[in-house]
Write a protein that binds this ligand. Structure first.
Ligand SMILES: C[S@@+](CC[C@H](N)C(=O)[O-])C[C@H]1O[C@@H](n2cnc3c(N)ncnc32)[C@H](O)[C@@H]1O
Length: 404
């Protein structure tokens, strides 16, 4: 702005000095705009930045991911168990949508049954050959322990089908029947695997899609939902009011603290902690000018993101009980915001807090959800959903940590 008025002032002075005949004002302005370099849209800056970094990181996969991010994303309809939802499920099925969570849960059960039959078979054949059964190799496949919350139901249209869901409508009590969200956003919640009576912390909760999904498990003993932004916390209140009956809402405590201080406020308290951090929101950044973190004036904030993410993840680790579990997630493809943050946090937990943190293997998610999402197999730690034209969800990175 300052440069613009400075430039305009110079133009206005120049006429009389040069003794030129008065020039109509509109031409002066034309000249001013012509000499002022045009503002580069933040979306273009974002795309340029991603072209540079993600073409190295994702290599030959980047052009396809890029095209998908520039196209309309797909949504999932998270069924609201607090509404009279049976009829809704039937209606969604009539539209050819399927519940990908229940499908994955069935698949996990099926694999587990097959695996135990296989273990039995090997044991019997070893006994038959004179072995003592102790020779059966320990089954370490995470599939054996995979459990998917069957209470969460989320409908998506099949791969390649770009139909859209209608907006949700309220039941007779005014509770909305489903919540439209990027279906990949459910994966961090499923990875958290909330068990009955778990004390759960959602450290960066607003506007509340994952908070709502956590409540759908019906398992949270207590849910603390926090977000530093007061205006976004209001949106969280609004979502809970539209989807959750009062008696359940009363079991949720909503706060607006800076999550980085949480470890000091309530350290070692929670069984499960979700740390869904602010990030470069890659899809938003290449599509929307409004609230875009690639705006020039937000450069510093963007550069500080990995530090902020690290501090939030550290607070999440400190807030967890010993043996407690933490899921870290972003909606960015950036290694700097994903694996690097996790690696740094594990290191700091060990060296500065004497806390050992293990990374849990979530590779079975790739098999369980392969029909719905397109996964990147090259992450050093955690899992990453890549946007793809036939399955246009994500990006979504998630990594599960367990505090020793
Ligand atoms: C990716 S969004 C969370 C989305 C949310 N989990 C959901 O599923 O709807 C990140 C959130 O982190 C919040 N945030 C940013 N800095 C924070 C901080 N220091 N402490 C807590 N929350 C923070 C932002 O206000 C934003 O709402």
């Amino acid at each position: 702005m300052a440069a613009r008025s400075g430039g305009a002032a110079m133009l206005l002075r120049r006429g009389p000095v040069l003794g030129l005949s008065p020039v109509p004002r509109r031409y002066l302005y034309k000249k001013k705009w012509a000499t002022t370099s045009p503002r580069i849209p933040a979306t273009r800056l974002a795309l340029h930045h991603f072209d540079t970094t993600y073409s190295l990181q994702l290599q030959e996969r980047w052009p396809a991911v890029r095209s998908a991010m520039l196209c309309e994303q797909k949504y999932g309809a998270l069924l609201n168990n607090f509404a009279s939802a049976d009829l809704i499920a039937q209606q969604l099925e009539l539209l050819s949508a399927t519940d990908f969570v229940s499908q994955a849960a069935r698949r996990a059960r099926c694999w587990q049954e097959n695996e135990s039959v296989e273990v039995e078979r090997r044991k019997t054949s070893l006994e038959g050959s004179g072995g003592d059964g102790m020779m059966v190799p320990a089954q370490t496949s995470p599939l054996l322990h995979a459990s998917v919350s069957s209470n969460i139901k989320c409908y998506t249209f099949p791969r390649g089908d770009i139909s859209r869901f209608h907006p949700a409508w309220p039941d007779s009590l005014g509770i909305l029947s489903y919540y439209l969200m990027d279906a990949a956003s459910l994966l961090p919640v499923l990875a958290l695997n909330v068990q009955p009576d778990d004390l759960v912390l959602d450290l960066c909760a607003a506007p509340g899609g994952k908070t709502l999904a956590l409540l759908q498990t019906g398992a949270c003993g207590h849910l603390a939902a926090n977000d530093v932004s007061i205006s976004r916390t209001k949106r969280l209140y609004h979502i809970l009011k539209s989807y959750v009956p009062k008696e359940i809402r009363e079991t949720v405590s909503i706060t607006s603290h800076d999550g980085r201080d949480w470890g000091e406020l309530q350290g070692g308290t929670f069984h499960k902690v979700l740390v869904d951090v602010p990030c470069t929101t890659d899809r938003h950044s290449v599509m929307e000018e409004e609230n875009n973190i690639f705006h020039k004036m937000r450069t510093k904030e963007r550069q500080m993101l990995p530090m902020m993410q690290l501090q939030l993840l550290m607070a999440g680790i400190l807030a967890a009980k010993p043996e407690g579990e933490v899921v870290y997630s972003t909606c960015s493809l950036s290694q700097l915001q994903n694996e690097h943050v996790v690696e740094r946090a594990i290191d700091i937990a060990e060296t500065q807090f004497n806390i050992t943190v293990h990374v849990e293997d979530l590779s079975h998610f790739r098999m369980l959800f392969q029909d719905t999402f397109c996964f990147f197999s090259g992450c050093r730690l955690g899992e990453l959903v890549l946007p793809h034209l036939t399955a246009n969800f994500g990006p979504m990175y998630f990594c599960k940590l367990r505090r020793a």
